[in-house]
Design a protein around this ligand. Sequence first.
Ligand SMILES: NC(=O)c1ccc[n+]([C@@H]2O[C@H](COP(=O)([O-])OP(=O)(O)OC[C@H]3O[C@@H](n4cnc5c(N)ncnc54)[C@H](O)[C@@H]3O)[C@@H](O)[C@H]2O)c1
Length: 331
Amino acid sequence: MLAALWAALRVYAVGVAVTMVQLLRRLRGGFRPPELPLQADRVAIVTGATRGVGLSTACQLARLGMRVIVAGNDEHRGHEVVARIQEESGPESAHFLFLDLASLSSVRSFVRNFEATALPLHLLINNAGVMLDPSGNTKDGFERHVGVNFLGHFLLTSLLLPALRASGHQGRKSRVITVCSSTHWVGQADVARLLGQSPAPCALAAYAGSKLALALFSLRLQRLLSALGDPVTANIVDPGVVDTALFAHAGWGTRAVQRFLGWLLFKTPDEGAWTSVYAAASPKLEGIGGRYLRDEAEAEVLGAARDLELQGHLWAESCRLTGAAWVAVGE
Ligand SMILES: NC(=O)c1ccc[n+]([C@@H]2O[C@H](COP(=O)([O-])OP(=O)(O)OC[C@H]3O[C@@H](n4cnc5c(N)ncnc54)[C@H](O)[C@@H]3O)[C@@H](O)[C@H]2O)c1
């Protein structure tokens, strides 16, 4: 009981610290959209693009001229989003493909459906996420934060890597962008905890752990890509505290703050998406990977996320659980 309370307080403390920094920034003039060149020749997959930060990311990438695959588990919303993007950015700007990250077989069929389009792939934005979702374990029996936020994206990235490699080249690399969270700072750096094999003290701690797992994964991916000279980079993005449905299952206090003070303390979904869009499209990041980005600048990642032994152990265990092969990066 005390352990659960302590773990939840640590996550709340991070949230409060981030919102205070955001408040100061807002009082000093606010957030500014990144200035980016048009890039009509790029294809991007954005997971969880049916609402929130993912929806804003998809819209903004399409405005830059990219073709966006809206990947999500809400078919109805997905088609609505595609219609909205197409109306704004043209008939070829967006397509919907069903992806349920809570099911490894759905991840595999998503990749088969994407391959059937014969499109190239320059950008993979691992954005979808759940927090305190009461739906229970995933179809494969993983704790939901672990399964949706981390393992689903781990398998997805492994299966899409051949397409990313084939579409990138030296001078214009493909990019894998993984949406993390400042809460990774209080995730417990223990593989059994990160994979839900030993239960987290509370659901918020499981969320924080899934974000730490994503950071460990992304940093190791970048190391492997660099070692092999692959034309792909991997970076981590922290959107800040954003006014989205992510908090739909949070406690009443958090929901009250979001409802009445969200306009002041939280970022809008567009503001929350700016770092993802920057990571996806900025020429300043050409060929650069292994960064943790917040507010379009490099920020500190938890030291444990750079622990090579922890990265390797998590990677091996995640391969075992998902069946990911990673042949393309020599694993
Ligand atoms: N909102 C914040 O304050 C905040 C802070 C830090 C990090 N993030 C991260 O930003 C990302 C986007 O979150 P958001 O704030 O836009 O929340 P959101 O709830 O508005 O959007 C989450 C998206 O993920 C999708 N999703 C959920 N379960 C899925 C599944 N099984 N398969 C496929 N897609 C699924 C949802 O349909 C939705 O499109 C998440 O990774 C979240 O952890 C958000």
